[in-house]
Design a protein around this ligand. Sequence first.
Ligand SMILES: Cc1cc2nc3c(=O)[nH]c(=O)nc-3n(C[C@H](O)[C@H](O)[C@H](O)COP(=O)(O)OP(=O)(O)OC[C@H]3O[C@@H](n4cnc5c(N)ncnc54)[C@H](O)[C@@H]3O)c2cc1C
Ligand SMILES: NC(=O)c1ccc[n+]([C@@H]2O[C@H](COP(=O)([O-])OP(=O)(O)OC[C@H]3O[C@@H](n4cnc5c(N)ncnc54)[C@H](OP(=O)(O)O)[C@@H]3O)[C@@H](O)[C@H]2O)c1
Length: 259
Amino acid sequence: MSSTAPEAKFTEETVLWVKQHTPKLMSFAITRPKTYRFSAGQFSRLGFRDGEGFIWRAYSIVSAEYADTLEYFVILVENGAMSKLLAQMQAGQTILLDKTAFGFLLPERFTDGEDLVMLSTGSGIAPFLSMLQQPTLWERFTHIGLVHSVSYAKELVFQEYITGLSQHPLLAERITKLKWQPVVTREIVEGALSQRVPALIQNGHLATGLQLEFSPQHTRFMLCGNPTMVADTFKTLLSMGYTMHRNKLPGHIVMENGF
Ligand SMILES: Cc1cc2nc3c(=O)[nH]c(=O)nc-3n(C[C@H](O)[C@H](O)[C@H](O)COP(=O)(O)OP(=O)(O)OC[C@H]3O[C@@H](n4cnc5c(N)ncnc54)[C@H](O)[C@@H]3O)c2cc1C
Ligand SMILES: NC(=O)c1ccc[n+]([C@@H]2O[C@H](COP(=O)([O-])OP(=O)(O)OC[C@H]3O[C@@H](n4cnc5c(N)ncnc54)[C@H](OP(=O)(O)O)[C@@H]3O)[C@@H](O)[C@H]2O)c1
C-alpha cells in the first residue's frame, strides 16, 4: 500500500517479499504506487528512516515497466550502512521510494545498430533483466547478447530466470534471438568463460561464446556493474574503434556504474 504526504519527494511502500539467494545476495519486491513511472534500465532511490534522518541508496529496477510491483536484486556489502538494514528487512516492513526514477541506461537511445550486447558484473545485471521483459527490445534488435560476470558460480542466481524467458508469453517466439554467456572469474565452470570481460572482448572469446560478430556497424554495447569493469571495458572498446553514444552524436556504447 502506498502512502505519502503530497509535498514529500517519496512515498512509503510495503516490502512484499524477501528472498535470500546466498548470504550476500538477495532479491525483494515492494508495492508500486500507480503514479510511479520508469523506463526499463532505470533505477530507484530506496530509503529508510535512520535516527533523525534518512538513508538513501540507488537500486536498479528488475521488474518490467508494466509490472504491478517493483523488484530489486541486491548485493549486501560488508560494513555497508544500507546493506545492514536490507539484511534485516522482512515482508510487511515499510520502505521509502523516491517518487522519481533515474538513469540513462536506456536501449532506445540507440537509433541504429542490429545487435545489442549487455555487459554486466554482479548486481549490474538488474537493469538488463528489466529490459529483457520489454517486447519492444526484441522487435528492435536482431540479436541480444547478455553477459553476467561473477566471481563464483553460486552467484549466477539468474540462470533459471534467463532460460525460463522461453516460457514468457510475450517473448517465447523471439527467444532464439537471446545469446547468454555467463562468466565466472574465480572458478572453472562448464559453459562459463573465466577471464574478465575486457580480456574476453580483446581476445575474441566473448564474441565466440555469444555466437555474434562484433563490429561498429552492427553492435551496440550497454555496460553496467563494477565501476572498474565499466571503465576498463570502455577503454578496451574505444581502442577497438567503438565510441560513446551521445544523443546528438550517435555512437556504440552506453554505460552506468552499478555502485
Ligand atoms: C546507479 C546505481 C544503481 C545501483 N543499483 C544497485 C543494485 O541494483 N543492486 C545493488 O546491490 N546495488 C546497487 N547499487 C549500489 C547501492 O546503491 C549501494 O551502494 C549498495 O547497496 C551498498 O550500500 P551500503 O550503504 O551498504 O554501502 P556503501 O557504503 O554505499 O558501499 C560500500 C562499498 O561497497 C561496494 N559496493 C556497493 N554496491 C555494490 C554492489 N552492488 N556490488 C558490489 N560492490 C558494491 C563499493 O565498493 C562501495 O564503495 C547501485 C548504485 C548506483 C550508483
Ligand atoms: N575481499 C575480497 O577478496 C572480495 C572479493 C570479492 C568481492 N568483494 C567485495 O564484495 C562486494 C561484492 O562483490 P562481488 O563479487 O559481488 O562484485 P565485484 O567485486 O564487482 O565482482 C563481480 C565480477 O566483476 C568482475 N570484475 C571486477 N573488477 C573488474 C574489472 N576491472 N574488469 C572486469 N571485470 C571485473 C569480478 O572479477 P574478479 O573475480 O576477477 O574480481 C567478478 O567477476 C564488493 O564490495 C567487493 O569489493 C571482496
